[in-house]
Design a protein around this ligand. Structure first.
Ligand code: ARG
Length: 461
């Protein structure tokens, strides 16, 4: 059995089952680039500080560059005997360059090493998510901009409530994802501090230069307390929390698309390229992508709960439990990114049946609030108006009519305050147009939202 890098104080070798159980190389090999970058910076720092020789540092650097190329060319096989990505790379390095390889781990522990690798990985993932979100925001903007003149029902309790424009509905999602974007930016800022150079938990006795390391690895600064540096996984928890919120937004959007694509609604047509059929029912066209995204939301929540549960109650500093921190983050990052992109694809190719949407907006008394507002404008207190219109709606339901289908005389039987101008006031388009509050569904307000969104998209580009 090969000797462990940490084997000095041991007289017996680890059991095979313990070796298997203990190893994380299966999943943490994903961090090979970050591990090598961290080690190259560390070696450069050790040489700059005179802790190892320039020659040793040069040999380490060249060796690591070669290992990186070999991993990327698929030429390297990792082993569970070397447990994790850190010890796999270090032992390959030592095999290849001999003694200088054994000096690499001076003034470093795997605890600060894994902390820096994982932060680098998570930071890169968060930056990639920003790119994905930009793409999604652009897709939402486009579909909103295309549908700013038509009308659809707006819902509460999934009951027809008030007429809105599809652009307005889509822009609500724009703002949700815009917040997601800013949440990921915030978490990147907060995780942008270097844990490397903290040693196992207490710092090191060497004259290291952590600020140099931070600069080399592109961090804004260093984690100030070494014990915190090796114990902290807040950055991963924030990433998972942000991913969960973003998935929840996607899931709500998906739920609406699923409902809207049903035969009962027929508001949208999801492109064939993003739909699937049934193996038994020839007529079926299912919104599988949207359903899967909704389903994968549960999976990302699970990832988040996994890490929250894992961290709860861990004493400082490092504990081996923390080796289990990576799979949920890797899984959530991959899932979130795939979901955002497939969702944007679906949005880019889907079509709206605006006629059907508009037709739907015509029933369901969506202008009832506007009819009440009309009476308010004639001096009737709002609560009374509400009661009067409620009675009119009941009458309409019993007689299969819409409010605008009643004659002026019929309306005046409910309130003498109705005049002939009621009809132009409860026309659907007029209802939308009449909204005056900032942020409303009026055409003017949505145009402003769209131009603000455009400016935002240019700003983050
Ligand atoms: N594979 C370990 C992890 O992922 C690396 C750190 C191990 N440190 C230790 N002292 N056992 O957390």
């Amino acid at each position: 059995m090969s000797k462990k890098l940490w084997g000095g104080r041991f007289t017996k070798s680890e059991s095979k089952s313990a070796t298997e159980f203990n190893a994380s190389i299966d999943f943490d090999q994903k961090m090979y680039r970050q591990d090598i970058a961290g080690s190259r910076a560390h070696a450069a720092m050790l040489a700059k500080q005179g802790i190892i020789s320039q020659d040793d540092a040069a040999a380490i650097d060249a060796g690591l560059a070669e290992i990186l190329a070999d991993i990327e060319a698929g030429k390297i096989e990792f082993t569970i005997e070397n447990e994790d990505i850190h010890m796999n790379i270090e032992s390959i390095l030592t095999e290849r360059i001999g003694e200088p390889g054994k000096r690499l781990h001076t003034a470093r522990s795997r605890n600060d090493q894994v902390a820096v690798d994982f932060r680098l990985w998570t930071k890169e993932a968060a930056i990639s998510v920003l790119d994905d979100l930009k793409r999604l925001l652009n897709s939402i903007y486009e579909i909103a901009d295309k549908h700013k003149d038509s009308i659809m029902p707006g819902y509460t309790h999934l009951q027809r409530a008030q007429p809105v424009t599809p652009a307005y509905h889509f822009m609500a999602y724009f703002h949700m994802f815009k917040r997601d974007y800013s949440r990921f930016c915030d978490c990147i800022d907060r995780m942008d501090y270097l844990p490397l150079g903290s040693g196992a938990l207490a710092g090191t006795t060497y004259n290291t230069d952590r600020r140099f390391l931070a600069e080399q690895l592109g961090f804004a600064g260093i984690v100030e307390n070494a014990m915190d540096a090796v114990s902290d996984r807040d950055f991963a928890l924030e990433f998972l929390s942000n991913a969960s919120i973003c998935m929840m937004h996607l899931s709500r959007f998906c739920e609406e698309l699923i409902i809207w694509s049903s035969t009962e609604f027929k508001f949208i047509e999801i492109d064939d390229a993003y739909s699937t059929g049934s193996s038994i029912m020839p007529q079926k066209k299912n919104p599988d992508m949207a359903e899967l995204i909704r389903g994968k939301t549960g999976r990302v929540y699970g990832d988040m709960i996994t890490l929250f549960t894992l961290m709860k109650g861990l004493p400082l500093a490092y504990n081996k439990d923390m080796q289990e921190d990576k799979p949920p983050v890797f899984d959530a990052a991959e899932t979130l990114r795939a979901c955002i992109n497939i969702f944007a694809d679906m949005l880019d190719t889907m079509t709206l049946n605006t006629d059907i949407m508009e037709q739907a907006a015509k029933s369901g008394f969506m202008n009832a609030t506007d009819a009440a507002d009309y009476l308010v404008s004639k001096g009737v207190p709002f609560r009374e108006c509400h009661e009067i219109i409620g009675q009119i709606v009941l009458y309409c339901i019993n007689h299969g009519k819409a409010i605008e289908e009643l004659s002026l005389q019929q309306l005046q039987d409910f309130s003498p305050k109705f005049g002939p101008d009621i009809y132009e006031n409860i026309d659907l388009r007029a209802c939308v147009k009449a909204k005056k509050s900032e942020g409303s569904t009026s055409f003017e307000s949505v145009n402003k939202m769209l131009s603000d969104a455009k400016a935002y998209l240019i700003e983050i580009e």
